[in-house]
Design a binder for this molecule. Structure first.
Ligand code: PAF
Length: 252
């Protein structure tokens, strides 16, 4: 696996073949692995980026405690047969200091957007930059972040980007907890409670009833909402650090 730590270097030697791309913020888990496996199976070469994008963090504490498992990540990527690992710096990604931004004014304000000021502007801006740097035929995104996937897909169509945005199913622990890099920050008590989100949103209770039961169990609930044929939930759990978990399921 080639490790490229320079955007200019990547662009200079940009592969002229069918590229599959998996953008990540590291702390790789089996959810990332499923995206990468799919890219490796479908593409001539697979490029993975690891870049913890500060502009999408509305909460500096969340950024400060974001897990970093770089040595393990590299071993996983080697094992999976990834061709290029791109690891840009803030200065390379934001030579403009984030003066130029990609924003969306409707869907990005719902659900997570209603609770994380500026989050999706940070996500869309960095993904637009990464897609323009890597120029993949396909880019793979997990459906745990369903709103993110939908906004990126819509952005690609809106800006006539020549890339297919591919959704990949949520990967779960055996107790139902959706895999997330932030799960590494759950203490034993929070980890025990965490599967309740999936357990409840998969059942027949109303959104309000689920929110109430999560609150009783000690979650600080951002939302439980059924829309667009899915039920979405976000809630914080744990104390040091507080971990924000999100999940969604299709409504039957
Ligand atoms: O889902 C993520 O890990 C991030 O939001 C992404 C897409 C890599 C952009 O920083």
């Amino acid at each position: 696996m080639k490790i490229v730590d320079s955007v200019a270097g990547y662009i200079k030697d940009r592969p002229a073949v069918d590229v599959g791309f998996v953008p990540t913020m590291g702390a790789l888990h089996k959810g990332h692995e499923s995206l990468i496996r799919r890219s490796v199976a479908e593409s001539n070469i697979t490029v993975v980026s690891i870049y913890v994008n500060p502009t999408q963090f509305d909460n500096q504490r969340d950024l400060a405690v974001y897990p970093d498992t770089l040595a393990e990540d590299k071993a996983i990527l080697e094992d999976l047969g990834v061709d290029v690992l791109l690891m840009p710096t803030f200065e390379q990604i934001y030579p403009d200091g984030f003066r130029y931004q990609v924003s969306e004014s409707e869907f990005s304000r719902e659900l997570c957007g209603a609770h994380r000021d500026g989050h999706f502007t940070g996500v869309l801006t960095v993904v637009m930059k990464l897609l323009n740097i890597v120029r993949p035929a396909r880019a793979y995104f997990g459906e745990k972040d369903f709103q993110q996937f939908q906004l990126i897909k819509d952005m690609a169509r809106t800006f006539f980007l020549d890339v297919e945005i591919v959704p990949c199913e949520i990967v779960r622990e055996s107790d139902g907890l959706a895999l997330s890099s932030r799960n590494l920050n759950l203490d034993a008590c929070a980890r025990e409670k965490a599967p309740l989100i999936h357990n409840l949103i998969s059942g027949n209770s109303t959104d309000d009833e689920i929110a109430r039961r999560l609150a009783i169990a000690g979650f600080d609930v951002d939302y439980v909402q059924s829309r667009y044929g899915r039920r979405f939930a976000a809630a914080k759990v744990g104390e040091n650090p507080v971990v924000r978990l999100i999940d969604n399921v299709p409504l039957s």
